[in-house]
Design a protein around this ligand. Structure first.
Ligand code: GLU
Length: 441
């Protein structure tokens, strides 16, 4: 860690993600001198390569705008680079390196042959028109298309990139590459190669994982009061499945504050989350304006201030602090499942684990999204489409396999399960073994 900090000063998210994994794998690593000899850790923590490019586009006023674009190809030991694109004003190489690193372990857990990658831009979609989004996506793809390919690197969505953006990106890729039947992006529309249930998959998978973890301690999601954060694609899918499984979603949030829903979110409200995302306003208050009788908006507050049984961070990294964890517990919360990537700060995770609460990390809980992207790639390669039931059954199996790996590598002497350790060790062992067998490259 000291060497990495010296080499990459100030890359805080990246260093945080690496530190968490190294802490977890230390014991296992020391039992494998062959890993040490091949310098597996030193090689695994650095991306294979990073592409950086300028993206220039014209806004609705005719003004010229410039952003930075990136693709971090992190690790390809077990398959082509795979991972989303994030469009957010705070995007930096450090953020994308942390996400690419996490993705490598997450993808290893899915049981599918996918390496880890991540990309994006500091482009801020908030307040942009549909035309501006399209022009930006087209300009972004003018550079990205040379770095990707169905057997090379397969991007998808992430924060700020959903079905609409994937459409604009894929349209431009087709034009440039003259490849019309490829699985070069996932999260595509249903009429042009997308997989049914891919939009729902991250949230659905998270709830399947939570259900398995709760079953282990004799509980279930039915009847639990839960808090989500954000109102994007992930929170939307999570709310849908949570409601189907009998849980009550009593909070969603945005950068502007929290929207409390004391009697639980309704199907209509879940549908309205899609309109809120499409508006590019990024305000959760819009839900309270639309449904004033059933909701209460509080500016400047997070979902973690609302009394719940289970918290599901589902928006952005480091969105749940130590103070938030303590407030959750004080209000009766007993479990935290990260759906966002690295949703909890490191000291919050340590405190949650040390204070008798259940905790599971994003790379296990949210892996259903990328796993279903893997299923989309398989359908594209075979030129077929599976039904919703077929995809859902495979997603179920994959989440169960991920949970099983966490149990295998994370069960402690007292019988409890350390899901952080379990996920990190399982992911690490798979990638490390592949790297070892492929020699010094
Ligand atoms: N952005 C998602 C993630 O963090 C999905 C990536 C994908 O489908 O490739 O896993």
């Amino acid at each position: 860690m000291a060497a990495l900090q010296a080499k990459h000063p100030g890359e805080n998210e990246y260093l945080q993600a690496v530190q968490e994994v190294l802490e977890s794998i230390e014991d296992v690593y020391n039992q494998h001198p062959e890993f040490e000899k091949a310098k597996i850790v030193e090689r695994m923590v650095e991306p294979d390569r990073i592409y950086t490019f300028r993206v220039t586009w014209v806004d609705d006023k005719g003004q010229i705008q410039s952003n930075l674009g990136y693709r971090v190809q992190f690790n390809s030991a077990i398959g082509p680079y795979k991972g989303g694109l994030r469009f957010h004003k705070a995007v930096t190489p450090s953020m994308l390196k942390f996400l690419g690193f996490e993705q490598t372990f997450k993808n290893a857990l899915t049981t599918l042959p996918m390496g880890g990658g991540k990309g994006g831009s500091d482009f801020d979609p908030v307040g942009k028109s549909n035309d501006e989004i399209m022009r930006f996506c087209q300009a972004f793809m003018l550079e990205l298309w040379r770095c990707i390919g169905p057997d090379e690197d397969v991007p998808a969505g992430d924060v700020g990139v959903g079905g609409r953006e994937i459409g604009f990106l894929d349209g431009m890729y087709r034009k440039l590459a003259r490849q019309y039947n490829t699985g070069v992006l996932t999260g595509k529309g249903m009429t042009w190669g997308g997989s049914i249930l891919r939009p729902e998959a991250t949230g659905y998978g998270a709830m399947y994982f939570a259900q398995l973890a709760l079953e282990k301690v004799g509980k279930s999601l039915a009847g639990q009061r839960i808090a989500l954060s954000g109102f994007g694609n992930v929170a939307w899918g999570a709310a849908k499945k949570a409601k189907q499984l009998g849980a009550k979603v009593v909070a969603i949030s945005g950068p502007d504050g929290v929207c409390e829903i004391p009697d639980g979110i309704t199907d209509e409200m879940i549908d309205y989350m899609l309109d809120m995302r499409a508006s590019n306003r990024n305000k959760v208050e819009d839900m309270a304006v639309k449904y004033p009788a059933a909701t209460k908006f509080t500016a400047g507050k997070k979902s973690w201030a609302i009394p719940v049984d289970i918290a599901f961070p589902s928006a952005f990294q480091n969105e749940l602090s130590l103070a938030d964890a303590q407030e959750l517990k004080k209000n009766g919360c007993w479990a935290v499942f990260e759906i966002s990537n690295m949703g909890c700060q490191a000291d919050a995770i340590h405190w949650i684990q040390g204070n008798g609460m259940m905790f599971a990390p994003g790379k296990a809980v949210n892996a259903g999204g990328v796993a279903t992207s893997g299923l989309e790639m398989t359908q594209n390669a075979e030129h077929i489409s599976w039904t919703a039931d077929e995809v859902d059954e495979r997603l179920h199996h994959i989440m169960a396999a991920i949970h099983e790996q966490c149990v295998k590598f994370g069960t402690q002497a007292d019988g409890s399960i350390d899901y952080v350790k379990g996920a990190n060790i399982a992911g690490f062992m798979k990638v490390a073994q592949a790297m070892l067998e492929q020699g010094i490259i």
